[in-house]
Design a protein around this ligand. Sequence first.
Ligand SMILES: *Cc1c(COP(=O)(O)O)cnc(C)c1O
Length: 388
Amino acid sequence: MQDNIRSSASVVGEALSGGRLTIDRDAIAANWRLLEGHLKAGTTCAATIKADGYGTGATGTAQSLWDAGCKTFFVALPGEGLILREALPDATIYILGGLFPGAAGDLQSARLIPVLNSVPEVEEWAAFCRAQGQKSKAALQLNTGMNRLGMDPNEFANVMARPEITDSFDQALLMTHLACGSDPDHPLNRRQLEAFRAATDPFRQIPRSMANSAGVFLGENYHFDLARPGISLFGGKAIDTQANVMAPVAMVEARIMQVRFVPAGQTIGYGGAATAQRDLKVALVAAGYADGLLRRAGSSDDRPGGFGQIGRHKVPLIGRVSMDMIAVDVTDVPGDLASRGSFVEMLGPNVDAADLAAYADTIDYEYLTSLGQRYHRRYQPLPTPDQK
Ligand SMILES: *Cc1c(COP(=O)(O)O)cnc(C)c1O
């Protein structure tokens, strides 16, 4: 089955693609069920699938989650919401980016629910709903210390004291977002929790939501009525200090175009950044930073790079990552496992997204959402580790 919004990329068959991207939608659904099982009784598990479902294809992912029992979704942008609405006519869809000026009509006609992040957004939505004579739903976001989007508690209290506002639309959800949830000991978590409670306790009739993936694992105090995990659905690790219990859902494999021998002392790739310390066998694989393989994950003489894997063998990136290719050191890979046409796993059951991302000083979120359009995409179960 092909994903609608990716079909243009997937018409290129595997034989003509540099790499293939395998998405395991059953694993995404299984991860959602696992997260749902962590929530306290009565908390609904939603799904955050912004940025094209963290690179996995938003509509196909949403369909799998819907079939698993997920009925509520969060995306960042109105345009993402429209795409999702076409796929899921009955889903509840929130727009985290809020109400863009003049967008109320488009949101309302697609039954998309804006997360109102500021007083001007609240006022615009209220005025629009009054003019339409229709009490459409909106969420209200509070800033409890992250200082990204949302109203400060006093702004929220003022808004909730204005009947011409509260009577004009349906306040469907009160939300806030954790800044440091990945670190369970961070004092800001508790401070945000207390600020959220203090501001919203007077409105107990309205459902509340605080937990992203990390919040699911921080404990029941953080669950409230609705959780909205994202990265954990896609196999990401939510808590820095705990083992990752989520199943991997995506695998990137890049094709070896050429194998060459590089004598000790010569350099590999742009800038001559990496010098062969011994005679090397090097494989050039057909995926680069244009395919989301982070350029900073390359190696130089001063700094190690990330790893791919062939069979059971870890293969270090050597030299800079180019736009369309990378070099990996296959000197220690036995036999013809690393030969023209074979594939190197760059992400998947054996290569954690967070690991490669760490070599590039970034996070798995960025790696997943950077996976480019050039892969041959296929939707099927991932192999178990080490067996391909
Ligand atoms: C992205 C996002 C989420 C999901 O966060 P994860 O860390 O991926 O689980 C939830 N809420 C808001 C407001 C977000 O921006």
